[in-house]
Design a protein around this ligand. Structure first.
Ligand SMILES: [Fe+2]
Length: 438
């Protein structure tokens, strides 16, 4: 790479780093220090932990190795805020993160500042290519935690008997308000969601995985050939109204619709609706980051917070199936990665506009991650990153399903057609929804 090209990359990366760090802080603005302590389910983490752990990533994988005179902020943080990197250090049990009343929020903020200042010193010194690669990974890592921060706050507020709103219109910053108004205006201009339509795809030999330049995670490589039989893909996500019909038809009481492990989960957890649906006086409400909303107002809104098992049972009930990750990718690769993502500030799924024959299935990205029928595995020839960072994705390649497309809380620049999210099939606290295929 020429030194000019390298300098351009460094400048762009510096801007992206600052943007990501500022965005995390912006997301915590509506939270009190007490809110930032809550870990309401074992798979979630307190906001304060997300703030510290994303900082730990830069300190551990960038500054300690690439900034010669870097002074570690607090030696204990090296293991305290390690999430799961076994080869890096020991770390505390995940389910105990709500116990970290110390360090206090002020000290975590000082930690962020300390690391941000050191990163600026590193940027001034023209970091070597490996340092730039790690910084880019760290920025993408922080963006992933921005989504988790919001899904974890939603869970925390749902379990709070007062059911607080993360955001309502009165508490927004000007920029956020402008973005949201633009987004909502767009949503209003969309016509009512029409009947579910399907687009036909010819199938054949396709390539899957990340292509060309730009960042991707190790699990998106290598690009490789896949064979697809002809298939049909729904032109929008399944809505709350449609999902309510499945429920009213006894969907949660018919074992014949469910995978065996899914039926076990229904019985063990008493599932009878998506995670944040509650019934009061025979009427359902849905809890969102904008508070509790009657189901009646969400008929055309994509259903969210369902497990893979629920998505699969719904598809079975509808006489359809879930797409494979490669069917989804072949359709999405030719579409711009646009949709209701975090940057529209809707903070919840919104209804899709009615799609005509020629509309070319535009709603592939955003609103909710879409469960696919594909198990999360390494692609042929998959090679994890070297060293501790090899634990980032590769070691989770068992017992999880792939989700595609991003959600209403995924930063817009974070998503792409080859992006693979993954969760275990019973997971419900993410913005996970349903796209049908046949
Ligand atoms: Fe992490």
């Amino acid at each position: 790479m020429s030194s000019t090209a390298s300098l351009t990359l460094q400048t762009a990366l510096g801007a992206r780093f600052r943007g990501a760090r500022a965005r995390t802080m912006e997301l915590t603005e509506p939270l009190t220090p007490e809110d930032m302590m809550v870990q309401s389910c074992p798979e979630a983490s307190p906001a304060k932990w997300h703030m510290a752990h994303t900082t730990w990533f830069f300190e551990s994988f960038v500054l300690r190795e690439f900034l010669a005179d870097y002074r570690v902020f607090n030696p204990d943080f090296a293991w305290l805020f390690n999430s799961y990197y076994e080869s890096f250090s020991a770390f505390p049990e995940k389910r105990l993160r709500a116990s970290f009343s110390r360090p206090g929020i002020d000290e975590v903020l000082r930690y962020r500042e300390h690391v941000d200042d050191a990163m600026e010193r590193l940027f001034e010194r023209e970091p070597e290519p490996e340092a730039l690669r790690r910084i880019e990974l760290g920025v993408n890592h922080e963006e992933q935690h921005q989504e988790l921060l919001l899904t974890d706050v939603l869970n925390a507020f749902f379990t709070n008997p007062l059911r607080p709103k993360y955001r309502d219109q009165g508490t927004e910053g000007t920029r956020e308000k402008e973005c949201r108004e633009r987004g909502s205006k767009g949503a209003r201009e969309r016509a009512e969601t029409g009947p579910l339509g399907f687009t036909e795809f010819a199938g054949g030999l396709h390539e899957a995985g990340h292509a060309g330049g730009g960042f991707c995670f190790d699990n998106e490589l290598p690009r490789h050939r896949v064979w697809l039989e002809p298939y049909m893909l729904a032109n929008r996500l399944v809505t709350c109204g449609e999902y309510a019909e499945f429920m009213a038809d006894g969907g949660y009481r018919k074992p014949e619709l469910w995978l065996s492990a899914g039926w076990d989960a229904v019985k063990a957890n008493g599932w009878r609706a998506p995670l944040y649906w509650t019934e009061k006086d025979s009427a359902w409400n849905v809890f969102t980051l904008r508070g509790e909303i009657p189901l009646g107002q969400l008929e055309a809104t994509p259903v969210s917070q369902v497990s893979y098992y629920e998505a699969d049972a719904y598809a079975h009930w509808a006489g359809k199936r879930l797409p494979t990750e490669f069917e989804w990718e072949a359709a999405a690769e030719v579409q711009p990665a646009e949709g209701n993502l975090l940057d529209s500030w809707d903070l919840m799924p919104v209804p899709a506009k009615e799609l005509g024959q020629s509309a070319n299935h535009r709603h592939l990205y955003g609103d909710c991650w879409q469960w696919t029928a594909s198990a999360y595995l390494g692609y042929p020839g998959f090679k994890p990153l070297d060293g501790s960072l090899g634990e980032y994705n590769g070691k989770f390649m068992s017992g999880q399903m792939v989700l595609r497309g991003g959600s209403c809380v995924t930063p817009a620049r974070h998503i792409r057609s080859s992006y693979r999210n993954f969760f275990s099939p019973e997971t419900r606290w993410q913005f996970s929804g349903i796209r049908l295929a046949s």
